[in-house]
Design a protein around this ligand. Structure first.
Ligand code: FCB
Length: 449
């Protein structure tokens, strides 16, 4: 294979999220989050796993940053935990929480690694959930307060901000399928949650710009390549609904459009009532406040068939027979090219990052201590190739973040799924570079492969 060379300024990074790695769930004044509550509720998480300790990153961040430096990462995407900073969701600031992120950022900068900070990767303060959570408009106001506090504190040193990680997953998995915290199954709340997440995003953007001069601000959208199983109208409709619920519902209003009519009708038919009662005059102007970039989280293709029984209220999905990762997700590198191109052309997005891409394979240390995760390396190689095709076709892709820097708490699957390029031994907290991390180090060194 000929050497593939990326543009010189291309940013190579890796990503994590607060609840998935930090642990220290009750330390230094941190408040309870909806994920603390959810994981401590019997039956919600595979094997009863929790993020109480996770990778103990809260205490080991110095060593972790040293590992990042060893790989040669240009950038590290992580999220800040709202309940660490505002344990009551608003009001009194917990200085110890702010200090933790200040130390982490300083450590990264010292190592020559650019911090990319996500303000919300799903760990809402439980007290705000008790007041109605994202289905309540007041949570959007509280988010703006939280944004103000954290960006005042870090705005001088952090210049790349993302408001939300995957608002569609918060809305749909948290409020419609109930697989994620807070575990609700209600269409109207799903819609109002999605709306308030987007509103909170739009309102936070000017606050970030004010507190962090010169910063770039974006949002992270997850999109799978959702396609019909056959050319039949029923299958095409099912795929359109799926893509509409997961993708268009978010990208359309962010880019000056209203919610897609077909999905409004879909939700209203399912709920048997109107669902847009949460929308107020002026909301769409705020939601479409211009941003600098969109992050795409891409993992798989989803082939949709209309005649397969759907999980209640969700579009039917059949994963094709192709190769799958251990999550059961179909490996489909071409989808990355397709989605990057679509994001750019359909929405004229000025700058894109792949903010997550990676694969779950459980390969662990062999007798000699080496982790031969051949399939993960292959997955990454094929997806980089696809991303490079998009760049060559004119898509303004500025960087790529592997999910994940390290094996971690994979939400409803607990510790059963491993996405890391670093192996984590949860008994001893020993970290081992997998072969994929060593390969990634070479890619970064050569800025290509
Ligand atoms: C994404 C999440 C991330 C991780 C990966 C596997 O949806 O943003 O936290 O769990 O999936």
């Amino acid at each position: 294979m000929t050497q593939i060379q990326f543009p010189k300024q291309f940013i190579w990074g890796a990503a994590t999220a607060s609840y998935q790695i930090e642990g220290a769930w009750q330390e230094d004044g941190k408040g309870e989050s909806i994920w603390d509550r959810f994981t401590h509720t019997p039956g919600k998480i595979l094997n009863g796993d929790t993020g109480d300790v996770a990778n103990d990153h809260y205490h080991r961040y110095v060593d972790d940053v040293a590992l990042m430096k060893e790989i040669g990462l240009h950038a590290y995407r992580f999220s800040t935990a709202w309940p660490r900073i505002l344990p009551q969701g608003r009001g009194k600031v917990n200085q110890a929480g702010l200090d933790f992120y200040g130390r982490l950022v300083d450590e990264l900068l010292e190592a020559g690694i650019t911090p990319f900070v996500t303000l919300y990767h799903w760990d809402l303060p439980q007290v705000l959930q008790d007041e109605g959570g994202w289905a309540a408009r007041s949570t959007a106001e509280a988010f703006v307060e939280y944004t103000d506090v954290i960006t005042r504190h870090l705005g001088d040193r952090v210049k790349n901000w993302m408001t939300f990680n995957e608002p569609s997953v918060s809305a749909i998995m948290g409020h419609l399928s109930g697989h994620h915290a807070p575990g609700l199954k209600d269409i109207e709340q799903t819609v109002s949650t999605a709306h308030h997440l987007l509103l909170a995003h739009g309102r936070a953007v000017p606050v970030i710009r004010r507190n962090s001069p010169g910063a770039e601000v974006g949002i992270v959208i997850n999109a799978n390549n959702i396609v019909p199983a056959s050319p039949s109208k029923a299958d095409r409709d099912a795929a359109r609904i799926g893509d509409g619920m997961w993708v268009r519902w978010f990208l359309d209003p962010l880019h000056g459009r209203h919610y897609p009519t077909d999905i409004v009708v879909h939700y209203e038919n399912q709920a048997n009532k109107e669902v847009l009662g949460c929308v107020q005059a002026g909301d769409f102007e705020e939601i479409s406040t211009p941003i600098d970039f969109v992050g795409l989280n891409y993992y798989m293709r989803q082939v949709v068939r209309a005649d397969v029984p759907a999980t209640k209220n969700l579009p039917p999905v059949v994963v094709a027979d192709g190769e799958r990762t251990e999550m059961g997700w179909e490996v489909y590198p071409d989808g990355l090219f397709k989605l990057l191109s679509r994001f750019h052309h359909e929405y004229q997005i000025p700058k894109l990052y792949v903010t997550e891409n990676g694969a779950s394979y459980s390969a662990g240390p062999d007798a000699d201590g080496r982790v031969r995760d051949v399939k993960r390396t292959q997955y990454l190689r094929d997806h980089y190739t696809s991303a490079k095709r998009a760049i060559d076709a004119g898509v303004p892709l500025a960087g790529y973040f592997v999910w994940s820097f390290i094996d971690n708490f994979e939400w409803a699957y607990g510790y059963s799924q491993r996405f890391g390029i670093i192996w984590n031994d949860y008994e001893t907290q020993e970290r081992i570079f997998k072969d994929s991390a060593l390969w990634y180090r070479e890619v970064i060194r050569n800025n290509g492969f």
